[in-house]
Design a binder for this molecule. Structure first.
Ligand SMILES: Cc1cc2nc3c(=O)[nH]c(=O)nc-3n(C[C@H](O)[C@H](O)[C@H](O)COP(=O)(O)OP(=O)(O)OC[C@H]3O[C@@H](n4cnc5c(N)ncnc54)[C@H](O)[C@@H]3O)c2cc1C
Length: 468
C-alpha cells in the first residue's frame, strides 16, 4: 500500500508531495535543530474536509500523521519521527472574519500570526500573543503549543484568546467546540484542552480568537545595569510599586557581548527592556516615574524611545539575541525554563553554580516579567557538546527545585520528553496518556512526542542538537 498514491487519489496530485519530490526536504525539519526526519509524503490540505480525509485514511491504513504549521517550533513537535504523512496547514491561511462588533476573529490554522495582528489592528483591535517568531509562525502552531511571548506578562498566553475551535480528529471526524462569547462555562472546556496539546489530540482547522481594543499608545525604555542583582532589584521595585508593563525582557552580559550590530555600548552590562501601553498622557507620566525608579535602583543608563524609529532600534536588540548567539557559535541549545518570578535571582546563582567546562558558555535572556528565561548553552566543537546533556539535566533539576517548569512556551515535543519525570509524577503522566488515548487510541497522531517512553525513539542530546 502506497500512502502517497492513496492521498493523490482522494486529494488530488497537486496537494501531495511524494518522497522523491524536490520540495519535500523542508518538511523533514523545524527550528529545533534536531535533524532531518523524512516523511513518506506531505499532504498540503486546503480545507477541513481534506484534513478529515487524511485523518480517515491514516486511521484506516495505520499510518502516522504529523500536523505541521510553519515549522518554527523549537522542540521538534512537527517532526515525523515515524515517517508517514506530514499534514501541512500552510494553504489554509485565510482570515475568515473580523467581527469588530463582538471583538472576535475567525481564522484558518495556517495564517501567519503577524498577518492576523496587522489585519485586526487596522480595525482598531488587538491580538496580544506575540512570539518572537510572529512573522513566520502560524496561528495553528501557536494554538497547538500554547505560544507565549514578551507581552504574555500583561496579556497572557495564546490559550486565553482561543474561544472556539474546529478540529479534525483521528478517523476523520470533525468537531466544533467552544464558543463565540468571551464568557461561557457550558460543560467541560474541550477547547482549552486542545490548546497546548502539541498536535497529539487533533488538527486545528479553524479558530475563533478573542480580540481586545488596540492600546492607544506604547512606551519603551532600555535600562543598563552593572550586574544581575541590580537588574532583579529594579524589576522587583517596579512591580512592587504597582506598575504593570506589557513586557519586561532581560538580557544578561554574555548575551549582550554578542550584540555586534547595536550602536549602544552593551558589552559589559545587563539590560532590561520595559514596554508599557495605555493612554498617551498617563503613559508619558508613568514613563518618567519608571525612568527615575530605574536610576534610583542603580541603572547605569536609561534610554527612552522617543519615536517609532527608536522603538524599533531598541526592540531590535532583544530580537537579535537568538540570531547573534547562533551566528557566533557552532552549537546553540536554547532551553525555555520558567520559574516563579521572585526566584529569578536565585536561578541565576544556581546557573552559575553548575560546573561548566571551559569549552561551554552560557547566555541567558528572556521574559523576566513571568520568569520564563531562554538559557542558551553554546559550544564550538563536537567534543564540547558532550558536556551539554549534564548541564541541561542540572539546569532542569534546579528549575524544578525552585518550583519552576521545564517549558514556559516552546512545549515538550521531542527534545524534552525524557525530562518529563523530573517535573511530573508517574500518576500525572499516566492520566495524560489516558487523555491522549481517548482522542487517538492507536497512537497515530504525532506519535513519539511529549511522553518519555511511549515506545518513542530517544535521541542523545549531543547527536540530536545539531548546529542551528
Ligand atoms: C526565532 C524564534 C523565536 C521564537 N519565539 C517564540 C516565543 O517568543 N514564544 C513562543 O511561544 N515560541 C517561540 N518560538 C517557537 C515557535 O515559533 C512556536 O512554538 C510556534 O507556536 C510554532 O508555530 P508553527 O506554526 O511554526 O508550528 P510548527 O513548528 O509547525 O508545529 C509546532 C507544533 O504544533 C503542532 N501543530 C501545528 N499546526 C497544527 C494544527 N493546525 N493543528 C494541530 N497541531 C498543529 C505540530 O504538530 C507541533 O507539535 C520561536 C521560534 C523561533 C524560530
Amino acid at each position: 500500500m502506497n500512502v502517497a498514491s492513496l492521498l493523490c487519489d482522494e486529494l488530488g496530485k497537486n496537494q501531495v508531495l511524494t518522497k522523491d519530490h524536490p520540495y519535500l526536504a523542508p518538511y523533514s525539519r523545524d527550528e529545533s535543530g534536531l535533524g532531518d526526519f523524512h516523511p513518506d509524503c506531505v499532504a498540503l490540505c486546503e480545507s477541513a474536509e481534506q484534513v478529515s480525509i487524511v485523518l480517515r485514511l491514516a486511521q484506516e491504513h495505520n499510518i502516522p500523521v504529523t500536523p505541521r504549521g510553519a515549522g518554527t517550533g523549537m522542540t521538534g513537535g512537527c517532526l515525523p519521527v515515524y515517517g508517514g504523512i506530514v499534514l501541512s496547514t500552510e494553504r489554509m491561511n485565510k482570515i475568515i472574519d473580523i467581527d469588530t462588533k463582538n471583538s472576535i476573529a475567525i481564522v484558518q490554522p495556517g495564517t501567519i500570526v503577524s498577518t492576523i495582528q496587522d489585519a485586526v489592528e487596522e480595525q482598531g483591535l488587538f491580538y496580544p500573543p506575540d512570539p518572537a517568531s510572529l512573522k513566520t509562525c502560524s496561528i495553528g502552531g501557536n494554538i497547538a503549543s500554547n505560544a507565549g511571548g514578551p507581552r504574555a506578562f500583561k496579556y497572557g498566553v495564546t490559550r486565553e484568546y482561543v474561544l472556539g475551535l474546529h478540529m479534525g480528529l483521528m478517523g476523520g471526524e470533525l468537531l466544533r467546540c467552544g464558543k463565540q462569547t468571551t464568557k461561557g462555562v457550558t460543560g467541560y472546556d474541550l477547547t482549552a484542552g486542545f490548546v497546548g496539546s502539541e498536535g497529539t489530540f487533533g488538527v486545528v482547522t479553524e479558530a475563533t480568537i478573542k480580540l481586545l481594543p488596540l492600546p492607544q499608545s506604547t512606551a519603551l525604555l532600555l535600562a543598563l545595569f552593572q550586574n544581575e542583582t541590580s537588574c532583579s532589584n529594579a524589576i522587583d521595585q517596579l512591580l512592587h510599586q504597582g506598575f504593570h508593563p506589557r513586557a519586561i525582557e532581560l538580557m544578561d552580559r554574555n548575551t549582550l557581548m554578542h550584540m555586534t550590530s547595536s550602536d549602544i555600548d552593551l558589552s559589559s552590562h545587563w539590560a532590561v527592556l520595559i514596554e508599557l501601553d495605555g493612554e498617551p498622557n498617563t503613559l508619558e507620566t508613568i514613563t518618567i516615574h519608571i525612568g527615575e525608579l530605574l536610576e534610583k535602583n542603580n541603572a547605569i543608563d536609561v534610554i527612552v524611545a522617543r519615536d517609532e524609529r527608536d522603538r524599533r532600534r531598541l526592540w531590535s536588540i532583544r530580537r537579535a539575541c537568538s540570531k547573534s548567539l547562533r551566528n557566533a557559535h557552532q552549537y546553540k541549545i536554547s532551553e525555555d525554563i520558567c520559574v516563579p518570578r521572585g526566584s529569578i535571582g536565585e536561578l541565576f546563582k544556581r546557573i552559575d553554580s553548575i560546573p561548566t567546562p571551559s569549552d561551554l558558555s552560557i547566555a541567558t535572556f528572556g521574559h523576566a516579567g513571568d520568569g520564563n528565561l531562554h538559557v542558551n548553552i553554546l559550544a564550538d566543537s563536537e567534543e564540547a557538546t558532550k558536556h551539554i546533556e549534564p548541564f541541561v539535566h542540572a539546569l532542569f533539576e534546579h528549575t524544578i527545585a525552585l518550583k519552576g517548569t521545564l517549558s514556559g512556551e516552546h512545549g515538550i515535543g521531542l527534545s524534552k520528553k525524557q525530562y518529563m519525570p523530573l517535573e511530573q509524577t508517574p500518576q500525572v503522566i499516566a492520566w495524560q496518556k489516558k487523555w491522549k488515548h481517548m482522542w487517538d487510541p492507536n497512537n497515530l497522531l504525532n506519535p513519539g512526542k511529549i511522553f518519555p517512553d511511549d515506545n518513542g525513539k530517544t535521541f542523545p542530546i549531543a547527536s540530536r542538537r545539531c548546529p542551528e
